[in-house]
Design a protein around this ligand. Structure first.
Ligand SMILES: [Ca+2]
Ligand SMILES: [Ca+2]
Ligand SMILES: [Zn+2]
Length: 339
């Protein structure tokens, strides 16, 4: 439970692998990745700090500790719905509910020490086994809580299985497969595919996709939307340098406020779809001032099964100033907006 996991970056054996599988959604050959062996599905915090709580209140704060450029960065993450037993001085939560479950062979359970009447800070090393489970849990429960807070959870009828560690990062048959639970942007992208499918926002199409190339409008919408969802889950709307950290190492970090000029132009590129959708909701001023609520875009797009971002953008012009949509379109796709 306290073991550190040694990680080898998924090494690309040759470009044919990438061509066959695309940049983000891919399975790996077992020799390409290190998969930690999960011997025990009950995991606990790497470290615990107990301090007196205000008014003798029992609190649990969960933190992830990441290594970033040689510095340790602490991030407060979502607290699981814990069952607390004061006599046993322990708290636990099985990682399964109506909306998702996190498992490999069996469902994970998080268990840690609790002093009742105190503030218990559970600290997880992001790269450890327990930390990766918590990273996946953080994004999953955040998605549930956000949809609940907006009163928009009704679409989420099927329980999503989050499988970690798996043989790749991809979405398939209501299962989100993950190789690295600490790669927040990739995890959010794959959860995005599961949400997109249940909410029937657009059609789905598989196939090879390189983030800087053009393919079909349907594939670009489904991929671009999945990354947009990941951004919405994890990135501050006011961030003037919104970017993905781990997604597509050969191009990382992927900036979404400005898209590099060598990226294929037009609405059949996923990176540009993400940039367009993000500009609609973000609050950072970069030559556009659109600040629409995610919930508004959600309601317009739910169950619409759009074929491409052009169809989606046209639907938006019924509720959002068409001039604004046109400006955002041209800024991101560098092509004319056809209404
Ligand atoms: Ca904006
Ligand atoms: Ca913007
Ligand atoms: Zn994808």
């Amino acid at each position: 439970m306290f073991k550190k996991v040694a990680w080898a970056l998924p090494l690309l054996l040759g470009s044919s692998m990438v061509m066959a599988h695309g940049d983000i959604d891919r399975k790996y050959d077992p020799s390409q990745i290190h998969t930690p062996q999960i011997l025990d599905h009950v995991v606990g915090p790497t470290r615990v700090i107990t301090s007196p709580g205000p008014m003798n209140e029992t609190k649990v704060v969960v933190k992830l500790l990441r290594n970033k450029d040689g510095l340790q960065v602490e991030q407060v993450i979502e607290t699981p719905d814990l069952e607390i037993n004061c006599d046993l001085k322990s708290g636990s939560s099985r990682m399964t509910n109506k909306y998702f479950q996190i498992k490999q062979q069996s469902v994970y359970e998080i268990q840690g020490p609790i002093e009742c009447g105190s503030t218990n800070t559970w600290i997880f090393d992001a790269e450890s086994i327990e930390g990766q489970v918590m990273g996946i849990h953080d994004l999953s429960i955040k998605a549930v809580r956000q949809f609940k807070n907006m009163g928009l959870i009704k679409f989420w009828k099927k329980k999503i299985t989050m499988r970690w560690p798996s043989d790749g990062d991809y979405y398939n048959w209501n299962t989100v497969n993950i190789t690295r639970g600490d790669h927040w942007d990739v995890v959010g992208h794959e959860i995005g595919h599961a949400i997109y499918a249940q909410a029937k926002i657009g059609r789905s199409e598989g196939g090879r996709h390189r983030i800087d190339e053009c393919y079909t409008g349907t594939l670009a919408l489904s991929e671009g939307w999945a990354s947009f969802f990941s951004a919405w889950l994890s990135i501050d709307l006011k961030d003037s340098d919104a970017k993905f950290e781990f997604m597509v190492p050969r191009r990382a970090p992927l900036t979404i406020e400005s898209i590099p000029s060598d990226v294929c132009k037009g609405p059949t590129n996923e990176w540009r779809v993400t940039g367009f959708l993000w500009d609609i909701i973000d609050h950072s001023y970069d030559g556009e001032s659109s600040q629409e609520a995610f919930s508004k875009i959600w309601k317009i797009t739910l169950n619409q099964k759009f074929r491409d971002i052009g169809k989606l953008a046209n639907e938006l012009t019924k509720s959002i100033d068409p001039m604004l949509v046109k400006i955002l379109w041209e800024k991101n796709f560098l092509t004319d907006f056809k209404q």
